[in-house]
Design a protein around this ligand. Structure first.
Ligand SMILES: Nc1ncnc2c1ncn2[C@@H]1O[C@H](COP(=O)(O)OP(=O)(O)OP(=O)(O)O)[C@@H](O)[C@H]1O
Ligand SMILES: [Mg+2]
Length: 263
């Protein structure tokens, strides 16, 4: 299952991605894919060092852009992925499909049943837009085959741009993290609409919920699509402030993992 964690800026996407990955890794093989070029902290929450940008595997942004311009049919148009057979070119960048065991180890941080990869980050002033990251994310997900117990959790950048870029079509499930704000509720409707167009299952994760507003939030979204209600948790907030690995376990995250397993 390929799960995208989407939502408004600051709604809790990275927090939910990290907690869910840890929970799901109790029974599954989990790949966390960090596609947010402006997020520098997710690895810490998982207890990992920062992974090398996958973009570097493809020659960095410049090399990647050059390969994009080469026609797909050209023998220069792709890199040799593990197990690639001559003449089999399915994309500009992947000559053969990848499974978890084919992922280039230099670009994967790994502990137990969790792997972490990052598409790429902005490192330098004036290095250009993040469009190549969107293309690589789409091609990577398109070319990734999963075994029955493999799960991919994609921590996305804020907003709906990945739908515009067409990345969303490769997700089975979209988890929209909704925090208690008018903007977040409005955006949740947009995600619902775009997810429908892309053919995704869309569920809501209501986050940072205090008791007195839970009812209001459940009224404001399609409650049949609410996969979890995560309380505002001071301990969680403090843990993320220090950038440390999340050690705490939330009952609601266990329920969310269970829900995803069954739906
Ligand atoms: N359930 C929660 N209880 C308390 N604080 C929370 C909760 N979920 C997230 N937070 C806090 O909200 C802030 C934003 O969380 P996070 O970085 O996960 O959001 P994000 O959606 O990934 O942000 P961005 O759009 O910048 O990627 C952090 O300070 C985090 O600790
Ligand atoms: Mg984030």
């Amino acid at each position: 299952m390929k799960i995208a964690v989407c939502g408004k800026g600051g709604s809790g996407k990275s927090t939910i991605s990290a907690l869910l990955a840890k929970q799901m890794a109790k029974t599954k093989n989990v790949l966390v894919l960090d596609t947010d070029e402006s997020n520098y902290g997710l690895h810490g929450q998982l207890g990992f060092a920062a992974p090398k940008d996958l973009m570097e595997y493809f020659g960095g942004k410049q090399g990647f852009k050059q390969k994009q311009r080469v026609p797909k049919t050209s023998p220069l148009g792709g890199l040799t992925a593990p197990g690639a057979a001559a003449g089999q070119q399915k994309s500009h960048f992947f000559e053969e499909r990848w499974g978890f065991s084919d992922l280039p180890s230099e670009f994967v941080e790994e502990k137990g049943k969790i792997k972490l990869m990052a598409i790429g980050k902005i490192h330098e002033f004036g290095e250009g837009c993040a469009c190549p990251m969107g293309v690589l994310t789409r091609e990577f997900l398109e070319n990734l085959d999963l075994e029955e117990d493999d799960i991919v959790i994609v921590d996305t950048e804020a907003g709906v741009e990945h739908f515009g870029r067409g990345v969303a079509k490769d997700f089975d499930t979209i988890l929209v993290v909704v925090d208690p704000s008018y903007e977040s509720l409005k955006l949740s409707r947009k995600f619902e609409e775009l997810g429908k167009q892309a053919g995704n299952r869309v569920f809501f994760v209501l986050n940072k919920v205090e008791e007195d507003i839970e009812g209001d939030l459940l009224e404001a979204v399609d409650s049949s699509k609410v996969a979890a209600v995560i309380p505002a948790d001071r301990k969680l907030f403090k843990a993320s402030l220090k950038g440390e690995e999340f050690e705490l376990e939330l009952e609601e995250i266990a329920k969310l993992a269970d829900f995803l397993d069954k739906n």
